[in-house]
Design a protein around this ligand. Structure first.
Ligand code: FMN
Length: 188
């Protein structure tokens, strides 16, 4: 089997989506394929690689108040036609607080990925999933005071418990992430 090439584009606010992109890249490499990873915040439009050189594209976004990052929105909106014409496989994931809650998982999995993509003109995703996020209330967190307060509300709804100040919870399920990546790799 010849080596496949995969592109990962992501947008993150607090680091969860970035960590997932990094782990996906490791898994893809361990399975003998090539991968290029880009943080969309650092990728000017004229430096976006030619999709036709790749067999798969995975796009990942952070979720805040139901929304992707501005860079992911801009990227998907600007390149929807190219993504629709892409001959390889197209995958999409989000990191989201609600995804870690079994009651909300199925709904946010579709709403934050497929439905949001359709609204921007992307017709078909081959694979999509929603992973949990980071609940980082420590002093070194990338979140500001207001963000921590809002997230505590999300956290309470997700876990049913009041989040402690300075607590840190990584709600990403690495087995789920590995399964998604291996399946994507297999479908190429
Ligand atoms: C201010 C704020 C609003 C959030 N809103 C949502 C939300 O609407 N839905 C959700 O599922 N998660 C929400 N979250 C949780 C984030 O999705 C989670 O922190 C995730 O780690 C974000 O990805 P990132 O770390 O890559 O930025 C929110 C978090 C913050 C701080």
């Amino acid at each position: 089997m010849s080596e496949k090439k995969i592109l990962i584009f992501y947008g993150t606010r607090y680091g969860a989506t970035e960590g997932v992109a990094g782990r996906m890249a490791e898994i893809i490499r361990e399975n003998g394929n090539q991968v290029d990873v880009f943080n969309l915040k650092d990728l000017p439009d004229d430096k976006i690689p030619d999709f036709s050189n790749y067999d798969g594209i995975i796009i990942g976004s952070s979720i805040k108040i139901g929304q992707w990052t501005r860079d992911v929105k801009k990227f998907v909106g600007n390149h929807s036609e190219k993504l629709n014409k892409f001959k390889g496989k197209l995958g999409f994931y989000v990191c989201s607080g609600y995804a870690a809650d079994p009651e909300n998982y199925e709904k946010v999995k579709v709403d934050y990925t497929q439905t949001a993509c359709e609204k921007l003109g992307v017709k078909k995703l081959d694979m999509y999933d929603a992973f949990g996020g980071l609940m980082d209330f420590t002093e070194t967190s990338r979140m500001g005071w207001l963000e921590k307060r809002l997230l505590k509300t999300v956290s309470q709804m997700t876990t049913g418990e009041k989040a402690e100040d300075s607590s840190y919870h990584d709600l990403r399920d690495w087995n789920q992430i590995e399964k998604f990546t291996l399946e994507f790799n297999k479908r190429l």
